[in-house]
Design a protein around this ligand. Structure first.
Ligand SMILES: Nc1nc2c(ncn2[C@@H]2O[C@H](COP(=O)(O)OP(=O)(O)OP(=O)(O)O)[C@@H](O)[C@H]2O)c(=O)[nH]1
Ligand SMILES: [Mg+2]
Length: 395
């Protein structure tokens, strides 16, 4: 009997303990979830805690997601303002405006010649000095000899010489050497129903990207829809540089991956230009030494690939006027590869070697169409032989 009572007691204790465990585990499961780290806007209102307002109605209806006010980002997000679009200066009369830059650096040529010609006795030594002055200014051997010969003849006929007469004479002869009747129009219009296509080429650092940017400004000022093609894929910075120029006047730049195929970017630029009905597509290419055959071949390919769309309307060779006679060698090689149609002579503001204009036109039989007279955005002028000569020798 005692054993039976003991067994019952043990059984009751065991059952009780088990029951407690089960109840305990159920209780644990029923505990409220820990408060979320971040406020959960979809969760029902939390149970009141100490310090909560007792009057707050507990049966507050559950909020739906539509009723949640989203934070107003417009007021707080940083506003990235598009850069203001600049209005470039008109091109008319630019050479006159920039003349001071030219004459400052060209004094050696014009003034030197006038001083020499004004000497009372024009002996052999003086003529040699005149020749040297012209050669120093990079006019080139052949044009220099022609000029000196014609001057000698005309001075002889003239007899006595007034400074005005001499200036007029020199002006005429220099103008003849500059071939004033060359067509210097930069062809930015296509005879077809496609955008005008302009490609800019040259050796490293001559001013291709700067010139492309300056030219874009001129065209935009004329009301043209301009698209830029960054076919310089050697450095990402090259495309950035072009894009920055474009953004200043609201012209878009088509670009590709760094190290990508320049021909395919040029092709895409023209394709997009056609699609969006652009007036002009300007293609900036990477600087390349004329002596690197592989790079010159690549340039030829860029041209051929672009011409699957339409012929190029203008191929501008950018030459740095300060490099002198080496520019002529470059010009010859580039002309063979891509058929140059116009020359841009840059950095004429920083050199007394303006005679290169004469030499390079002779060398290629291609006109100088534009000249760069500074790093400023509007320091690109159409080349006008008369204004150029006037800047050299004064009016
Ligand atoms: N003074 C002066 N500087 C110029 C002129 N044109 C360009 N430059 C400067 O020449 C430097 C080179 O110009 P870029 O346009 O980058 O030359 P680039 O031919 O595109 O160079 P790469 O792409 O590296 O071959 C820059 O510092 C220009 O500001 C100019 O007419 N006068
Ligand atoms: Mg460049």
């Amino acid at each position: 009997m005692e054993i039976v009572i003991l067994a019952v007691v043990i059984a009751v204790v065991v059952i009780g303990a088990l029951g407690g465990l089960i109840v305990g585990s159920r209780r644990r499961k029923q505990l409220p979830p820990p408060p979320p780290a971040a406020p959960d806007i979809t969760a029902p209102p939390a149970e009141p805690h100490i310090g909560d307002e007792a009057e707050t109605p507990r049966d507050e209806p559950r909020r739906t997601i539509e009723e949640v006010d989203l934070p107003d980002t417009s007021a707080t997000a940083p506003v990235v303002e598009a850069p203001p679009i600049e209005v470039p200066e008109p091109t008319a009369g630019r050479l006159v405006r920039l003349r001071a830059r030219l004459s400052r650096s060209q004094n050696a040529l014009g003034k030197g010649l006038l001083t020499l010609l004004a000497r009372e006795h024009l002996d052999e030594d003086t003529w040699e000095e005149i020749e040297d002055t012209l050669l120093t200014a990079d006019v080139g051997v052949q044009p220099t000899q022609e000029l000196v010969e014609r001057l000698r003849e005309r001075v002889k006929v003239l007899g006595t010489r007034t400074p005005e007469e001499l200036r007029a004479l020199l002006r005429e002869e220099l103008l003849t050497l500059l071939v004033p009747d060359f067509d210097r129009t930069v062809h930015t219009e296509s005879p077809l129903d496609t955008p005008g296509i302009v490609m800019v080429v040259g050796v490293n650092g001559t001013g291709k990207t700067t010139t492309t940017g300056k030219l874009a400004r001129v065209l935009v000022a004329d009301g043209k829809h301009v698209l830029l093609g960054a076919a310089d894929t050697f450095r990402a910075a090259a495309a950035d540089q072009l894009q920055t120029w474009g953004e200043r006047v609201g012209a878009r730049t088509v670009r590709g991956p760094e190290g990508g195929d320049p021909a395919s970017i040029a092709f895409d630029a023209v394709k997009e230009g056609i699609q969006e009905g652009a007036d002009v597509v300007l293609i900036d290419t990477a600087g390349r030494l004329h002596t690197k055959t592989g790079l010159m071949d690549e340039l030829g390919k860029v041209k051929r690939v672009v011409e699957k769309h339409a012929p190029l309307d203008e191929v501008l060779l950018v030459l740095d006027a300060t490099t002198g006679q080496n520019g002529l060698v470059q010009a010859r090689v580039f002309a063979e590869v891509v058929n140059i149609t116009g020359i841009v002579l840059t950095k004429l503001d920083g050199t007394a070697k303006g005679g290169i204009v004469i030499a390079v036109q002779r060398e290629l039989g291609v006109p100088v169409k534009l000249i760069g007279l500074g790093e400023g955005a509007d320091d690109l002028a159409p080349f006008e032989p008369e204004a150029f000569v006037d800047a050299l020798i004064g009016e």
